[in-house]
Design a protein. Structure first.
Length: 201
């Protein structure tokens, strides 16, 4: 009796393992497809085709109403510079600019942003010319692992545009919505201050 129970358990485990492996292979195959191939050609039941103005280009995308702007940018449009961190609006890794204002893209729905001008980290540079904030982050070594860097850069651009760079304390206050788990805060603040001087020239 004990042997039968043990054999049954082993078979169950082996079947479960095989099913999980097959699921992983299928998931890998699906995620390796291009964003255009991953989208249905026509909106399915409960989905809608919307147009987003991203980095100066109009992009059509099919999404369900519950899809966040973050997921639309990363998974539908292939703009993976915007990072998914906490998915709760706490870390700031997903920060983008919408009509010039910084927002956490994990907290807004894509369907709510039709007609708005969205800027991601991919849209800052002009060809080979980096944005002053990007240059300052490199010059000041204001990143380590890089996971938070795109969000930090987008917040820094907004912080400068908003005029909140008169002191180190003010920069820290207005950049406080972006967490750096590597604790490169001193270098980030220095980069924001440098970029602010460059932008004001």
């Amino acid at each position: 009796m004990t042997h039968e129970r043990s054999a049954h358990t082993r078979r169950t485990v082996l079947k479960s393992t095989a099913a999980a492996a097959a699921g992983t292979v299928a998931a890998t195959h699906l995620t390796s497809a291009s964003p255009a191939m991953a989208e249905p050609a026509h909106p399915g039941s409960g989905s809608a085709e919307i147009t987003l103005l991203v980095n100066g280009q109009r992009r059509r995308v099919v999404v369900e109403p519950r899809v966040t702007l973050l997921d639309a940018l990363r998974e539908r449009l292939g703009l993976t510079g915007t990072k998914k961190g906490c998915d709760r609006g706490e870390c700031g890794a997903c920060t983008v600019l919408v009509d010039g204002d910084r927002i956490k893209s994990c907290l807004t729905l894509a369907v709510m942003r039709q007609g708005a001008e969205i800027t991601t980290v991919e849209g800052l540079a002009r060809g080979e010319e980096l944005h002053p904030v990007q240059e300052a982050f490199i010059r000041r070594d204001a990143f380590q692992c890089g996971a938070c860097t795109p969000g930090q850069i987008m917040s820094a651009v907004a912080c400068i545009d908003e005029g909140h760079t008169s002191s180190e304390a003010e920069i820290r206050e207005w950049m406080s919505g972006n967490i750096c788990r590597c604790a490169a805060y001193q270098n980030i603040v220095a980069a924001v201050a440098d970029a602010a001087k460059e932008v004001r020239r």
